[in-house]
Design a binder for this molecule. Structure first.
Ligand SMILES: Nc1ncnc2c1ncn2[C@@H]1O[C@H](COP(=O)(O)OP(=O)(O)OP(=O)(O)O)[C@@H](O)[C@H]1O
Ligand SMILES: [Mg+2]
Length: 284
Protein backbone atom coordinates (compact mmCIF):
# COMPACT_ATOMS: atom_id res chain seq x y z
CA UNK A 1 0.00 0.00 0.00
CA UNK A 2 2.92 2.36 0.74
CA UNK A 3 3.33 4.87 -2.11
CA UNK A 4 -0.24 4.30 -3.42
CA UNK A 5 -1.99 7.50 -4.46
CA UNK A 6 -5.61 7.91 -3.40
CA UNK A 7 -6.92 11.26 -4.63
CA UNK A 8 -4.51 13.85 -3.34
CA UNK A 9 -3.11 11.56 -0.63
CA UNK A 10 0.01 9.39 -0.87
CA UNK A 11 -0.11 6.45 1.53
CA UNK A 12 2.80 6.12 3.93
CA UNK A 13 3.14 3.78 6.92
CA UNK A 14 0.46 1.43 8.25
CA UNK A 15 -0.97 2.52 11.63
CA UNK A 16 -3.47 -0.20 12.46
CA UNK A 17 -6.37 -2.36 11.39
CA UNK A 18 -9.96 -2.10 12.57
CA UNK A 19 -13.28 -3.71 11.82
CA UNK A 20 -13.96 -1.56 8.74
CA UNK A 21 -10.52 -1.37 7.15
CA UNK A 22 -6.99 -0.18 7.79
CA UNK A 23 -5.63 3.19 8.86
CA UNK A 24 -2.43 4.64 7.35
CA UNK A 25 -0.40 7.75 7.79
CA UNK A 26 -0.53 9.64 4.45
CA UNK A 27 0.71 12.86 2.89
CA UNK A 28 -1.75 15.40 1.55
CA UNK A 29 0.03 16.53 -1.63
CA UNK A 30 -1.88 19.83 -1.82
CA UNK A 31 -1.07 21.05 1.68
CA UNK A 32 2.08 18.98 2.35
CA UNK A 33 0.54 17.96 5.71
CA UNK A 34 0.40 14.47 7.19
CA UNK A 35 -3.09 13.01 7.63
CA UNK A 36 -4.58 9.69 8.72
CA UNK A 37 -6.31 7.74 5.98
CA UNK A 38 -8.90 5.08 6.76
CA UNK A 39 -9.07 2.79 3.75
CA UNK A 40 -11.93 0.37 3.13
CA UNK A 41 -11.91 -2.06 0.21
CA UNK A 42 -15.19 -2.99 -1.39
CA UNK A 43 -15.43 -6.62 -2.52
CA UNK A 44 -17.41 -5.68 -5.65
CA UNK A 45 -18.29 -2.71 -7.82
CA UNK A 46 -21.69 -2.26 -6.25
CA UNK A 47 -21.76 -0.50 -2.90
CA UNK A 48 -22.64 -3.02 -0.23
CA UNK A 49 -24.20 -2.07 3.10
CA UNK A 50 -20.87 -2.01 4.84
CA UNK A 51 -19.54 0.57 2.36
CA UNK A 52 -22.74 2.55 2.54
CA UNK A 53 -22.46 2.63 6.28
CA UNK A 54 -18.79 3.60 6.10
CA UNK A 55 -19.63 6.48 3.76
CA UNK A 56 -22.54 7.68 5.84
CA UNK A 57 -20.52 7.73 9.02
CA UNK A 58 -17.40 9.17 7.31
CA UNK A 59 -19.52 12.03 5.96
CA UNK A 60 -20.89 12.62 9.42
CA UNK A 61 -17.32 13.10 10.64
CA UNK A 62 -16.90 15.89 8.05
CA UNK A 63 -19.97 17.71 9.20
CA UNK A 64 -19.61 17.43 12.99
CA UNK A 65 -17.02 19.71 14.50
CA UNK A 66 -15.85 19.87 18.11
CA UNK A 67 -12.42 20.55 19.68
CA UNK A 68 -12.41 17.03 21.19
CA UNK A 69 -13.72 15.06 18.20
CA UNK A 70 -11.31 13.86 15.51
CA UNK A 71 -12.02 15.91 12.42
CA UNK A 72 -12.79 14.23 9.11
CA UNK A 73 -11.23 16.07 6.16
CA UNK A 74 -12.40 14.38 2.98
CA UNK A 75 -14.19 11.27 1.80
CA UNK A 76 -13.12 9.80 -1.54
CA UNK A 77 -13.05 6.76 -3.75
CA UNK A 78 -10.65 5.24 -6.26
CA UNK A 79 -11.95 2.17 -8.10
CA UNK A 80 -13.14 -0.20 -5.37
CA UNK A 81 -11.23 1.58 -2.62
CA UNK A 82 -13.03 4.07 -0.39
CA UNK A 83 -11.19 6.34 1.99
CA UNK A 84 -11.66 8.91 4.72
CA UNK A 85 -8.87 11.43 5.31
CA UNK A 86 -8.84 12.75 8.87
CA UNK A 87 -6.57 14.67 11.17
CA UNK A 88 -3.62 12.57 12.29
CA UNK A 89 -3.22 11.84 15.99
CA UNK A 90 0.48 12.62 16.27
CA UNK A 91 0.80 10.92 19.68
CA UNK A 92 -1.07 7.73 18.71
CA UNK A 93 -4.02 6.22 20.52
CA UNK A 94 -4.76 5.69 24.20
CA UNK A 95 -4.61 1.97 23.38
CA UNK A 96 -0.93 2.12 22.36
CA UNK A 97 -0.18 4.53 25.20
CA UNK A 98 -1.65 2.09 27.73
CA UNK A 99 0.39 -0.76 26.25
CA UNK A 100 3.48 1.22 27.19
CA UNK A 101 2.34 2.82 30.47
CA UNK A 102 0.05 -0.01 31.63
CA UNK A 103 -1.85 2.24 34.02
CA UNK A 104 -2.15 5.96 34.52
CA UNK A 105 -2.17 8.26 37.53
CA UNK A 106 -5.44 9.75 38.78
CA UNK A 107 -4.15 13.15 37.57
CA UNK A 108 -3.64 11.93 34.04
CA UNK A 109 -6.95 10.06 33.96
CA UNK A 110 -8.71 13.21 35.13
CA UNK A 111 -7.14 15.25 32.30
CA UNK A 112 -8.15 12.69 29.63
CA UNK A 113 -11.69 12.15 30.93
CA UNK A 114 -12.30 15.90 31.21
CA UNK A 115 -11.72 16.21 27.46
CA UNK A 116 -13.52 13.09 26.29
CA UNK A 117 -16.73 13.79 28.25
CA UNK A 118 -17.03 17.12 26.46
CA UNK A 119 -17.03 15.38 23.09
CA UNK A 120 -19.38 12.65 24.30
CA UNK A 121 -21.85 15.12 25.76
CA UNK A 122 -21.75 17.04 22.47
CA UNK A 123 -22.67 14.02 20.33
CA UNK A 124 -25.31 12.80 22.78
CA UNK A 125 -26.98 16.19 22.53
CA UNK A 126 -27.13 15.63 18.78
CA UNK A 127 -29.02 12.39 19.40
CA UNK A 128 -26.08 10.15 18.49
CA UNK A 129 -24.77 7.23 20.55
CA UNK A 130 -21.09 6.48 19.93
CA UNK A 131 -21.35 2.72 20.63
CA UNK A 132 -17.63 2.05 20.55
CA UNK A 133 -15.90 4.03 23.28
CA UNK A 134 -12.58 2.30 23.95
CA UNK A 135 -8.88 3.20 24.14
CA UNK A 136 -8.19 2.79 20.39
CA UNK A 137 -10.91 5.38 19.70
CA UNK A 138 -9.36 7.93 22.05
CA UNK A 139 -6.58 9.64 20.11
CA UNK A 140 -3.75 11.72 21.48
CA UNK A 141 -2.24 14.92 20.17
CA UNK A 142 0.49 17.33 21.22
CA UNK A 143 0.04 19.37 24.42
CA UNK A 144 -1.89 16.54 26.13
CA UNK A 145 -4.92 17.01 23.91
CA UNK A 146 -7.24 13.99 23.64
CA UNK A 147 -10.00 13.53 21.05
CA UNK A 148 -12.70 10.97 20.56
CA UNK A 149 -12.67 9.23 17.20
CA UNK A 150 -14.56 6.75 15.30
CA UNK A 151 -17.62 7.86 13.74
CA UNK A 152 -17.69 4.30 12.37
CA UNK A 153 -20.21 3.20 14.89
CA UNK A 154 -22.13 6.43 15.21
CA UNK A 155 -25.73 6.03 14.29
CA UNK A 156 -28.69 8.29 14.34
CA UNK A 157 -30.74 6.96 17.27
CA UNK A 158 -33.65 4.96 16.09
CA UNK A 159 -32.16 3.64 12.85
CA UNK A 160 -34.01 0.34 12.62
CA UNK A 161 -31.54 -1.71 10.59
CA UNK A 162 -28.66 -0.71 12.76
CA UNK A 163 -27.91 -4.05 14.39
CA UNK A 164 -28.05 -5.92 11.10
CA UNK A 165 -25.70 -3.57 9.28
CA UNK A 166 -22.89 -3.10 11.69
CA UNK A 167 -20.07 -4.79 13.47
CA UNK A 168 -21.06 -4.95 17.08
CA UNK A 169 -18.46 -3.01 19.04
CA UNK A 170 -15.67 -4.56 21.07
CA UNK A 171 -16.33 -7.31 23.66
CA UNK A 172 -14.21 -5.84 26.48
CA UNK A 173 -16.10 -2.54 26.38
CA UNK A 174 -19.68 -3.51 25.46
CA UNK A 175 -22.63 -2.66 27.67
CA UNK A 176 -24.93 -5.58 28.59
CA UNK A 177 -27.86 -4.08 26.64
CA UNK A 178 -25.62 -3.76 23.57
CA UNK A 179 -24.68 -7.45 23.86
CA UNK A 180 -28.36 -8.36 24.08
CA UNK A 181 -29.23 -6.22 21.05
CA UNK A 182 -31.52 -3.98 23.11
CA UNK A 183 -31.99 -0.26 22.45
CA UNK A 184 -28.99 1.89 23.33
CA UNK A 185 -29.02 5.10 25.30
CA UNK A 186 -26.32 7.54 26.48
CA UNK A 187 -25.96 5.22 29.50
CA UNK A 188 -24.56 2.55 27.13
CA UNK A 189 -21.67 4.85 26.21
CA UNK A 190 -21.23 5.66 29.91
CA UNK A 191 -20.75 1.91 30.54
CA UNK A 192 -18.00 1.70 27.89
CA UNK A 193 -16.42 4.89 29.22
CA UNK A 194 -16.48 3.29 32.69
CA UNK A 195 -14.65 0.21 31.37
CA UNK A 196 -12.09 2.46 29.68
CA UNK A 197 -11.49 4.46 32.87
CA UNK A 198 -11.30 1.23 34.92
CA UNK A 199 -8.55 0.08 32.56
CA UNK A 200 -6.71 3.42 32.73
CA UNK A 201 -6.68 3.27 36.54
CA UNK A 202 -5.99 -0.44 37.10
CA UNK A 203 -4.15 -1.54 33.94
CA UNK A 204 -6.77 -4.24 33.21
CA UNK A 205 -10.30 -4.36 31.85
CA UNK A 206 -12.93 -5.59 34.34
CA UNK A 207 -13.51 -8.96 32.65
CA UNK A 208 -11.00 -11.43 31.29
CA UNK A 209 -11.72 -14.46 29.14
CA UNK A 210 -10.25 -16.86 26.62
CA UNK A 211 -12.88 -16.00 24.03
CA UNK A 212 -15.11 -13.09 23.11
CA UNK A 213 -18.10 -15.15 24.28
CA UNK A 214 -16.66 -15.70 27.72
CA UNK A 215 -16.06 -11.96 28.14
CA UNK A 216 -19.58 -11.12 26.94
CA UNK A 217 -21.09 -13.60 29.39
CA UNK A 218 -19.15 -11.94 32.22
CA UNK A 219 -20.46 -8.49 31.21
CA UNK A 220 -23.95 -9.93 31.55
CA UNK A 221 -23.55 -11.95 34.75
CA UNK A 222 -20.37 -11.25 36.72
CA UNK A 223 -19.56 -8.53 39.22
CA UNK A 224 -16.32 -6.71 38.46
CA UNK A 225 -13.60 -6.51 41.10
CA UNK A 226 -14.01 -3.06 42.72
CA UNK A 227 -11.51 -0.51 41.37
CA UNK A 228 -9.86 0.08 44.76
CA UNK A 229 -9.27 -3.70 45.13
CA UNK A 230 -7.75 -3.91 41.64
CA UNK A 231 -5.26 -1.12 42.34
CA UNK A 232 -4.13 1.16 45.18
CA UNK A 233 -4.11 4.89 45.81
CA UNK A 234 -7.58 5.44 44.33
CA UNK A 235 -9.95 7.79 46.21
CA UNK A 236 -12.90 5.70 47.48
CA UNK A 237 -15.45 8.04 45.89
CA UNK A 238 -13.72 7.70 42.51
CA UNK A 239 -13.92 3.91 42.77
CA UNK A 240 -17.66 4.17 43.52
CA UNK A 241 -18.20 6.48 40.56
CA UNK A 242 -16.57 4.03 38.13
CA UNK A 243 -18.48 1.06 39.59
CA UNK A 244 -21.73 2.98 39.06
CA UNK A 245 -20.85 3.28 35.34
CA UNK A 246 -20.43 -0.52 35.27
CA UNK A 247 -23.88 -1.34 36.61
CA UNK A 248 -25.61 -4.01 34.48
CA UNK A 249 -28.94 -2.17 34.40
CA UNK A 250 -28.73 1.10 32.43
CA UNK A 251 -31.08 2.88 34.87
CA UNK A 252 -28.63 2.26 37.75
CA UNK A 253 -25.86 4.12 35.88
CA UNK A 254 -25.57 7.86 35.34
CA UNK A 255 -28.37 8.92 32.97
CA UNK A 256 -26.22 11.42 31.11
CA UNK A 257 -22.64 12.53 30.69
CA UNK A 258 -22.92 15.62 32.87
CA UNK A 259 -24.26 13.80 35.91
CA UNK A 260 -21.34 11.38 35.51
CA UNK A 261 -18.88 14.25 35.13
CA UNK A 262 -20.17 16.08 38.23
CA UNK A 263 -19.61 12.99 40.38
CA UNK A 264 -16.30 12.11 38.75
CA UNK A 265 -14.96 15.65 39.23
CA UNK A 266 -16.11 15.80 42.86
CA UNK A 267 -14.62 12.39 43.62
CA UNK A 268 -11.10 13.57 42.86
CA UNK A 269 -9.41 15.82 45.43
CA UNK A 270 -8.60 19.28 44.08
CA UNK A 271 -4.84 18.78 44.29
CA UNK A 272 -5.07 15.68 42.08
CA UNK A 273 -6.93 17.47 39.32
CA UNK A 274 -3.75 19.11 37.98
CA UNK A 275 -1.80 17.32 35.29
CA UNK A 276 1.85 16.93 36.25
CA UNK A 277 3.14 13.59 35.09
CA UNK A 278 6.37 12.16 33.88
CA UNK A 279 5.28 10.33 30.73
CA UNK A 280 8.65 8.70 30.24
CA UNK A 281 8.20 6.73 33.41
CA UNK A 282 6.73 3.31 32.62
CA UNK A 283 4.52 1.94 35.40
CA UNK A 284 4.49 -1.57 33.97
N1 LIG B 1 -6.85 9.82 12.98
C1 LIG B 1 -6.03 8.86 13.43
N2 LIG B 1 -4.75 9.16 13.74
C2 LIG B 1 -3.91 8.19 14.23
N3 LIG B 1 -4.27 6.91 14.44
C3 LIG B 1 -5.54 6.56 14.15
C4 LIG B 1 -6.48 7.50 13.62
N4 LIG B 1 -7.67 6.86 13.44
C5 LIG B 1 -7.47 5.59 13.83
N5 LIG B 1 -6.21 5.40 14.25
C6 LIG B 1 -5.64 4.14 14.75
O1 LIG B 1 -5.64 3.20 13.68
C7 LIG B 1 -5.98 1.90 14.16
C8 LIG B 1 -7.19 1.36 13.38
O2 LIG B 1 -8.29 2.19 13.65
P1 LIG B 1 -9.80 1.74 13.39
O3 LIG B 1 -10.68 2.84 13.83
O4 LIG B 1 -9.91 1.25 11.99
O5 LIG B 1 -9.98 0.46 14.33
P2 LIG B 1 -10.14 0.33 15.91
O6 LIG B 1 -10.46 1.66 16.51
O7 LIG B 1 -8.95 -0.37 16.47
O8 LIG B 1 -11.36 -0.66 16.00
P3 LIG B 1 -12.88 -0.42 15.47
O9 LIG B 1 -12.90 -0.80 14.04
O10 LIG B 1 -13.68 -1.33 16.31
O11 LIG B 1 -13.18 1.03 15.68
C9 LIG B 1 -6.25 2.04 15.66
O12 LIG B 1 -5.09 1.68 16.37
C10 LIG B 1 -6.52 3.53 15.84
O13 LIG B 1 -6.16 3.96 17.13
MG1 LIG C 1 -11.36 3.24 15.70
Amino acid sequence: MKGTKLGRYVVDEFIGKGSMGAVYRAKDTSSGKDVALKVVESPGWKKNRRIEYFLRSAKLSLSISHPHLVKGLEVGRKWKTYYLAMELATQGSLHTYLMYRLKLSVEEVYSLVRQIVRALDFIHRKGVIHRDIKPSNILLFENDIAKLSDFDLFHPSGHKDFHKVLPKGTPHYMAPEQIKGEPLTPASDIYSLGVTIYQMLTGVTPYKGNSAEEILIKHLNFKPLPVHEATDNIPAELGKCIMKCLEKEPFRRYPDVWSFWEDFHESIPRERRALNVNKNESRA
